[in-house]
Design a protein around this ligand. Structure first.
Ligand code: CP
Ligand code: NVA
Length: 294
């Protein structure tokens, strides 16, 4: 079964993936030979550090062989059609994990490939990130209230649906015009409490976790100047973070831009969990791979 989005997954599957990520983290040796003899494609159309390394290391730790491909060597949709790339890779690989610009490319490949396809980030979602985020959140508090401050982007889409699916709630503060997609708001509201505001203080008030991401996602660099202006006042600094619960944790999927969406002191705060969260990408990817190849 593919893993293209949190939105397309059932709450049971998301719950099980988070639980499995926790189990893999506690008992990595139990899974060391589980995927021996399998080959996993790891395809990157955009830069990556965490996803690139956690997916390759995670694949090896499960006994499978990773095959890393860069967008410029494959020429997806340029050198040949997206579907032809999918049909060819399907003949060699047992699973194909991809980071793409356009989510529709993932859907097109999943439609022609028998091998399961995993989304390693698209314009619409970042579901493997969300499994790691939810593991980090639940390590702090089950059924946590999350405040997300910043851009209504791919990371938020996966997080808001996943968080509500596992019994949490989310308050979102974005500048006007940068709210998450209405379809994600409607879907997340089917599972739990979702509030959307344009006031960061209102979102953060009493929250268990405060989460932010970059203001300009990869592929939107042309909008950077306009976004810097629009997001002024949305930095997660010590004053804003202090409005959360007294034991609240700070989360960021990384890479972070200190002085833009987050201040240096909040990144380095005693209750910042950003590097635990980054570590959890490894355990989460292993859980996803075990799920799709199970
Ligand atoms: N959080 C995340 O996906 O990081 P990379 O872009 O470095 O993979
Ligand atoms: N929203 C960011 C996440 C990077 C991991 C982006 O899409 O660039």
């Amino acid at each position: 079964m593919d893993f293209l989005s949190i939105a397309d997954s059932s709450p049971d599957r998301i719950h099980d993936l988070v639980a499995m990520a926790g189990e893999v983290k506690q008992h990595p040796g139990r899974f060391a030979e589980r995927l021996t003899g399998r080959s996993v494609g790891l395809f990157f159309m955009k830069p990556s550090t965490r996803t690139r390394v956690s997916s390759e290391v995670g694949t090896r730790q499960l006994g499978a062989d990773p095959v890393v491909l860069k967008g410029d060597e494959v020429g997806l949709g340029g050198r040949e059609t997206v579907e032809d790339v999918g049909r060819v890779l399907d003949r060699y690989l047992d699973a194909l994990a991809m980071r793409v610009f356009d989510h529709r490319d993932l859907v097109s490949i999943a439609a022609v490939a028998e091998a399961p396809v995993i989304n390693l980030l698209s314009d619409l979602e970042h579901p493997c990130q969300a499994i790691a985020d939810l593991l980090t959140v639940t390590e702090h508090r089950p059924k946590a209230s999350i405040a997300y401050v910043g851009d209504g982007n791919n990371v938020l889409h996966s997080l808001m649906v996943g968080a509500t699916m596992i019994g949490g709630s989310i308050r979102i503060a974005t500048p006007v015009g940068y709210e998450p997609d209405d379809r994600y708001i409607a879907l997340a509201r089917q599972y739990g409490n979702v509030e959307v505001t344009n006031d960061p203080s209102e979102a953060v008030d009493g929250a268990d976790c405060v989460y932010t991401d970059v203001w300009t996602s990869m592929g939107r660099e042309a909008e950077m100047a306009q976004r810097l202006d629009a997001f002024s006042g949305f930095i997660v600094d010590e004053t804003l973070f202090a409005k959360a619960a007294p034991d609240a944790i700070f989360l960021h999927c990384l890479p972070a831009h200190r002085g833009e969406e987050v201040s240096g002191p909040v990144m380095e705060h005693a209750r910042s969990r950003v590097f635990d969260q980054a570590e959890n990408r490894l355990h989460a990817f292993k859980a996803v791979l075990l799920d799709v190849l199970g």
